[in-house]
Design a protein around this ligand. Structure first.
Ligand SMILES: NC(=O)c1ccc[n+]([C@@H]2O[C@H](COP(=O)([O-])OP(=O)(O)OC[C@H]3O[C@@H](n4cnc5c(N)ncnc54)[C@H](O)[C@@H]3O)[C@@H](O)[C@H]2O)c1
Length: 268
């Protein structure tokens, strides 16, 4: 069977480099080109002496030359907004990991996918374990009245609480259909500032060098607690999710939002 050919956009960034190291080892996938705004060379080496692929800052030019099936984009939201119509107009599918896209961006991506009959997969989190953690937290949410989340990240993370912690809290509240209970010290008009509150779930944010991305969801009820914890230890954690997305996006025209939609998770 013909391999799925790929261009990585954001190829010189941290995620781009990880992808360029990982994708050439995947059966059935073929890396054919790379794009980055910071490109100064006209090619980039593949790992283990597998040769070089063309590199450019001009996405449309790379698409015309390399004719990929999929562009994998890990850049910044402004770059993705510009790139998406260029990719779709060429009839190329896209896997987008860039964060910071808003609801209207996602609607526009859906429109582009329909208009050009291509697949566009957007996932703010490609870590399989984090998606499973959120799923388990949704299940547990129905059985406990109290819950708190602690998210722990490296000290250079700019935002807090993390998007994953906020999503987890919202999904937990949605699953149980009502807010969680707050301890007496947190009740009343003004929250005491132990952390950000989302419908009774208090989220604590830790920022320290030495950490990567970690999250604990702690549930409590009389006489017992339940802890669900996920740790990101290396950037390779994103690769299985991205690879799954690449394999699926070529089969499914339209927009897919969220890796959970590819994992066949069962509701508890
Ligand atoms: N979805 C996920 O699971 C996940 C995981 C990690 C990172 N991310 C997101 O992926 C993105 C990239 O993360 P990173 O750590 O690799 O960042 P980075 O800053 O290391 O790399 C970004 C790269 O994009 C390039 N770039 C910027 N504008 C461009 C443009 N217009 N055209 C082409 N290239 C352009 C930059 O030159 C840089 O090399 C961020 O949005 C980050 O939040 C998502």
């Amino acid at each position: 069977m013909k391999p799925v050919s790929l261009v990585v956009q954001g190829a010189l960034g941290k995620m781009g480099r990880e992808l360029i190291n990982a994708l050439p080892h995947e059966p059935g996938l073929q890396l054919v080109g790379a794009v980055d705004a910071k490109a100064t060379d006209d090619s980039v080496p593949l790992p283990d002496g597998l040769g070089r692929i063309p590199l450019s800052s001009d996405l449309d030019n790379i698409l015309a030359t390399c004719r990929p099936d999929v562009v994998v984009d890990f850049t910044i939201a402004d770059a993705t907004r510009v790139a998406a119509p260029i990719i779709a107009r060429r009839g190329v599918n896209a896997v987008i990991g860039t964060t910071g896209l808003n609801q209207s961006d996602v609607q526009e991506l859906s429109r582009l996918a329909q208009e050009h009959n291509v697949g566009i997969m957007v996932a703010p989190n490609f870590t399989l374990g984090a998606i499973v953690m959120m799923h388990l937290a949704k299940i547990a949410a129905k059985y406990f009245d109290y819950a708190e989340i602690t998210e722990l990240h490296h000290h250079q993370k700019a935002d807090f609480p993390s998007g994953t912690a906020l999503s987890t809290a919202r999904l937990m509240v949605e699953a149980r259909g009502k807010p969680f209970f707050l301890p007496p010290s947190e009740q009343g008009e003004a929250p005491r500032g132990r952390g950000k509150q989302v419908d009774g779930v208090t989220i604590h944010s830790v920022r320290l060098p030495g950490l990567m991305a970690h999250q604990e969801v702690l549930f409590g009820t009389a006489g017992q607690t339940l802890l669900i914890r996920h740790d990101t230890i290396g950037r390779e954690c994103y690769m299985p999710g991205v690879i799954l997305a690449i394999r699926e996006v070529v089969k499914r025209p339209g927009l897919i939002y969220g890796l959970e939609n590819l994992l066949n998770l069962q509701e508890g």
